[in-house]
Design a protein around this ligand. Structure first.
Ligand SMILES: Nc1ncnc2c1ncn2[C@@H]1O[C@H](COP(=O)(O)OP(=O)(O)OP(=O)(O)O)[C@@H](O)[C@H]1O
Length: 616
């Protein structure tokens, strides 16, 4: 996920490579813009072409006007010519303003369209990337850079300005060169220092952005923590506000100081360039006066050329600043494209995927499965082997951090094995079409999502094709016990949940959990994974949910992760995990007889409840 860094110490060959990389990025930006908004681009290009010609006509008119006024004053000619030229000039100004407005309107629409396209691409890309990316800091750095680079794709505006200004300048040059070639060379000198200085600055800003990404993310994280809901309770309870604000300020200032240093450097360098240009401008005017003394200029021509110099100066500055902007943005766009090009490992093309029999015949096999998180020094799962026959109910128990959830996520195909394999009916999970697999599995995780949306969405997201089917929604809700909550809500399935939007009803943790379980049931999948689904429920509800769960899980393959061992009596098989390995397995009675880890855990829990834990 790294972006090529601009570096002055590159060899010729490397510099050439970098230049071609920049050009291909530029080409990609244009291609993308063309595909998204070709008519808008054509319209803008036409407007810019007209705007490029208008200053030249204006220059010609100024020259004619000054000569006509001179004739009125010196030879007593009538005002007719003067008035006609003035009328044309006024018309030209009105026309030029109208073209500019039209171009702005088209541009506003174009920008929105391209912005929408890029944001959609980024969101879609994030959802396609393997889950493991979300455990990698470099993914967040890359995403952060890409987010900051979204506007870098709107370059066509600047390209058009450059072309428009270049056309105007070429026109002026053609006129100026006919008086003296030195004047044209002088004009050209306006642009070179400014271009070099600003491209260098653009490069340095870009490198700074790359280097500051990690701290900028920390600044955002701390700020969102301070203003968000997630930490609001604890910030107040533990009095964390000043401490977190101090942390935020010091990170913010670290980046701000570096930015300020670079800005100061930029301002000073640009002051130098401006001074050079002022001197050059004076020298050119002297050159014009000299031509006048040689009788090679009329007054009208002198006035028009002086005006042309100022105009050309402005146009060249505009070319320089737009080229600089484009250069800097092409560098930034590389960040965006790097993110969009991130390989989607494990994603199978439907035509390469193997089919999955329905229902499963042999079940699920986990063979020598090891898994290591990218930010962990050691594997979390070691050489796990397990056979899950179809329709079996398996409970996974073990200490905190034993690897239970990780194993479940590997079985669901959310994480790919570092070694070994997960097989569905003998087919490696990596050879299945991900969408096909998803239809066959469902899960409730410990950190389930509370969608700030309607009850319908919160349950219906489990199977979008049945989102509007109230009878299915009712069945799913009654299986988790969420039906009673929903009946008490003002608009039942269409009630907004959560406090973030107007009219939203907040639920308790346990009520949210029931809604999440309904969502998992709503999918009607063959494999159901429940990762501590009842942690926030009261004991009565928990018993009822388990009872329901076992009923509806009849015939389905079920993986249940729970610290409450009472449920284990009712499952077909229990596996006990420790330090990422399966250390014991068997039925409840077998494991009690074994007198190992399971028996110890069970004794500890039995003491707490002083009797049977759960009655199912
Ligand atoms: N996203 C992650 N990135 C890096 N390491 C992780 C991640 N999730 C879990 N781990 C590590 O993997 C180990 C196993 O975690 P896992 O969540 O699978 O355990 P668990 O048995 O489900 O624990 P618990 O009972 O507390 O839910 C832990 O030591 C944890 O530090």
């Amino acid at each position: 996920m790294s972006i090529p860094m601009p570096d002055q110490s590159l060899s010729r060959r490397e510099q050439w490579k970098r230049t071609t990389q920049l050009l291909s990025t530029l080409l990609r930006i244009y291609t993308l813009s063309w595909k998204q908004a070709r008519w808008g681009l054509i319209g803008t290009a036409l407007c810019r072409l007209l705007l490029a010609i208008i200053p030249l006509i204006h220059m010609y008119l100024v020259s004619r006007l000054v000569n006509a006024v001179t004739e009125v004053i010196t030879a007593g000619a009538g005002l007719k010519n003067v008035l006609v030229i003035l009328a044309i000039q006024t018309g030209l100004s009105i026309g030029s303003a109208a073209i500019r407005s039209l171009e702005q309107m088209i541009m506003a629409a174009l920008k929105l369209r391209i912005q929408a396209h890029i944001e959609e691409q980024m969101a879609a890309k994030s959802t396609r990337l393997p889950l493991v990316y979300f455990d990698r800091p470099d993914y967040y750095d890359s995403f952060h850079r890409a987010m900051g680079s979204q506007h870098s794709l709107i370059l066509f505006d600047n390209s058009f300005i450059v072309i428009q200004s270049a056309l105007t300048v070429i026109g002026y040059f053609a006129v100026v060169i006919s008086f003296h070639w030195l004047l044209a060379v002088g004009l050209l000198l306006f642009v070179i220092p400014s271009l070099l200085v600003n491209m260098r600055l653009g490069e340095q800003r870009f490198i700074q952005m790359l280097n500051q990404t990690a701290i900028a993310r920390r600044v955002n994280y701390l700020y969102n923590l301070l203003i968000g809901r997630e930490a609001a309770k604890e910030i107040r309870l533990f009095g964390l506000s000043s401490h977190l604000i101090d942390q935020w300020r010091s990170s913010f200032m670290l980046n701000a100081k570096q930015k300020l240093k670079l800005e100061r450097k930029g301002i000073t360098m640009n002051w130098g360039v401006d001074s050079f240009n002022s001197i050059l401008s004076g020298a050119l005017i002297v050159g014009l006066a000299w031509l006048g003394t040689k009788g090679r200029l009329s007054i009208g021509q002198y006035v028009a050329l002086t005006e042309a110099f100022n105009a050309v100066n402005g146009q060249l500055m505009s070319i320089s600043s737009n080229l600089t902007f484009m250069y800097q943005n092409v560098l930034y766009a590389q960040g965006l494209f790097t993110f969009l090009d991130t390989p989607e490992e494990g994603a199978k093309h439907p035509s390469d995927a193997l089919p999955l029999s329905k229902p499963l015949h042999k079940g699920i096999d986990i063979r020598n499965l090891s898994f290591q998180y990218p930010n962990q020094p050691f594997p979390t799962l070691h050489q796990v082997n397990l056979h899950i026959p179809p329709g079996y109910k398996i409970a996974i128990v073990g200490d905190n951090g034993a690897g239970k959830s990780t194993l479940a996520k590997c079985i669901l195909g959310l994480y790919s094995a570092s070694e070994g394999a997960v097989e569905y009916d003998g087919v490696n999970i990596l050879d299945l079409e991900p969408a096909d697999l998803r239809k066959r599995v469902t899960a409730v995780f410990q950190d389930f999502v509370r969608y700030q949306s309607t009850v319908r969405d919160n349950i219906g997201f489990g199977a979008l094709d049945r989102l509007q089917d109230n009878s299915w929604l009712e069945v799913a809700a009654s299986k988790s016990g969420a039906n009673e909550i929903i009946e008490s809500l003002p608009e039942q399935f269409d009630t907004m949940l959560g406090p973030m939007f107007e009219g939203g009803r907040e639920l308790s943790q346990g009520q949210w959990q029931k809604i999440a379980i309904s969502r998992a049931y709503f999918r009607d999948a063959e494999l159901v994974v429940l990762d501590e689904p009842t942690a926030s429920m009261d004991p009565m509800t928990e018993a009822a949910v388990f009872e329901n769960f076992l009923q509806i899980a009849e015939g389905k393959t079920t993986l249940l992760i729970s610290h409450r061992l009472g449920i284990c009596k009712a499952v077909d098989h229990i596996i006990v995990m420790k330090h990422g390995r399966i250390v014991e397995q068997g039925t409840h009675e077998e494991l009690l007889r074994l007198g190992g880890e399971y028996e110890q855990m069970y004794q500890v829990q039995s003491k707490w409840y002083d009797s049977e834990i759960v009655t199912v």
